[in-house]
Design a protein around this ligand. Structure first.
Ligand code: SF4
Length: 425
């Protein structure tokens, strides 16, 4: 349903795009959303009336497929197509047709500072102007549905959106410092549910770890999070098809807690209602938690109503590198865990384990040689399972110079290989 308002803007209420995200070189559109178009910008809102995307429509906008996106953590990201939008560009580095440019420090190999581009920054001024115009019109003379949408948007001003991101953190017990790289498949749109805090290793190189040592949450805590999350997401919950079980090593929480949390969330959030395929379950694991996980865990996960991604931090296969980065595991354990990843991927249709390795100017040639040997000798998976993510060290001095190194590893790898961008919620 589309309405025009005195030629200033056009409103489309609850448009329906496919729930499943298609990897394509045009701007992402998924789920149910409302849209307001002015002459120069397109604003998209979720089912709660919260601003979600802004895209420029005139020739000053850098690229028609680029857009600003606001996360549930209230960060504004800029999805760029980079400086090479061919199949050799962004898609070959990240597996996606866009590059999320973040407003906070991360480990990106590219530096795109969208804050310095006035054409992009104009979008925020246009958003403020639209808000003021909506406020002064309050939808007078419009259809009741358009008026309702405008009231919802007006209720969600910048202060409210900021407070909501804090409320989300309060429900799950803190900000999530990193999302699994596999959440790119759902444009990082996940519902977080924390089942354990801290991690087993406290590696020296790691920039996302918390102060805490590993500790599971109890069932009552998980149930309460689910209850509050359902209220928090409100009507817009139907736009989510993915659950992230946090935090840094949910796999170490064990079969019972993982399956309990997944079942509680699947039931409460009704993921299957709006999707044709399986919803997604994401979690992180470690070398130790993968080695300790028995077949019972994978067999049970395989039967859940989810397609499950487990992302493991391997970091390196070289003993001297593991020492330099301060990761307290043996190289043999990494090798064994990597083999287990391949075995689980080939024996469980609904589970995909993926792995992370480090990249950085500071790392020795032994690290790269052992990595190229490992990935070159791995049996390729018929379904492209077992993606390897190469994570640049955060303080790497020369960022973009890592790309040729990445491409060399990728070309020699039998497994899909991409760059890992640390993104928070
Ligand atoms: S890399 Fe993983 S295990 Fe190591 S400190 Fe960071 S979160 Fe913990």
């Amino acid at each position: 349903m589309t309405f025009s308002q005195r030629n200033y803007f056009e409103i489309a209420i609850e448009k329906q795009a496919p729930a499943t995200i298609t990897k394509a070189s045009f701007p992402l559109r998924y789920g149910s959303y409302s849209e307001i178009k002015t002459t120069d910008f397109e604003f998209r809102f979720n089912l709660n009336g919260e601003i979600k995307f802004i895209r420029g429509l005139n020739l000053n906008w850098p690229h028609p497929a680029e857009q600003l996106k606001r996360t549930d953590g209230n960060d504004w990201l800029y999805n760029s197509v980079g400086d090479d939008s061919s199949e050799d560009g962004v898609i070959s580095w990240t597996g996606e047709y866009y590059l999320p440019c973040l407003p906070y420090p991360s480990n990106a190999v590219w530096e795109i500072n969208y804050f310095s581009n006035p054409n992009i920054m104009n979008a925020f001024a246009a958003w403020s102007q639209l808000y003021a115009d909506l406020y002064s019109s309050r939808g007078e003379g419009l259809h009741a549905r358009a008026r309702h949408l405008i009231n919802l948007i007006l209720e969600n001003d910048d202060r409210v959106l900021h407070d909501r991101s804090r409320a989300l953190r309060a429900i799950i017990g803190g900000r999530l410092s990193v999302l699994p790289p596999d959440t790119r498949h759902v444009d990082y749109e996940i519902i977080p549910l924390v089942i354990a805090d801290g991690c087993l290793y406290h590696c020296e190189f790691c920039c996302v770890k918390s102060k805490n040592w590993f500790r599971k949450r109890d069932r009552a805590d998980i149930r309460e999070q689910v209850r509050q999350l359902k209220i928090f997401y409100g009507r817009n919950i139907e736009n989510y098809s993915a659950l992230f079980l946090g935090n840094h090593d949910a796999l170490a929480a064990g079969k019972e807690l993982v399956c309990f949390a997944a079942a509680e969330a699947a039931d409460a959030f009704e993921f299957q209602k709006t999707r044709t395929g399986s919803p997604y379950l994401y979690l992180f694991g470690s070398v130790a938690s993968l080695l300790n996980a028995d077949h019972g865990l994978f067999n049970t996960l395989n039967k859940l109503p989810f397609y499950t991604y487990i992302n493991i931090g391997f970091e390196s296969l070289d003993a001297s590198t593991l020492k330099v980065i301060g990761k307290p595991v043996e190289a043999e354990m990494v090798q064994e865990a990597f083999q287990k990843m391949l075995d689980v991927n080939s024996s469980h249709a609904n589970i995909e384990i993926t792995g992370n390795f480090l990249m950085g100017e500071q790392l020795s040639s032994k690290h790269y040689e052992s990595l190229i040997d490992l990935l070159g000798a791995s049996p390729s998976s018929p379904k492209g399972k077992g993606t390897i993510y190469l994570s640049p060290l955060k303080d790497n001095p020369k960022k973009r110079e890592l790309l040729p190194r990445f491409l060399e590893i990728k070309e020699n790898s039998q497994l899909p290989t991409y760059i890992y961008l640390i993104q928070r919620l």
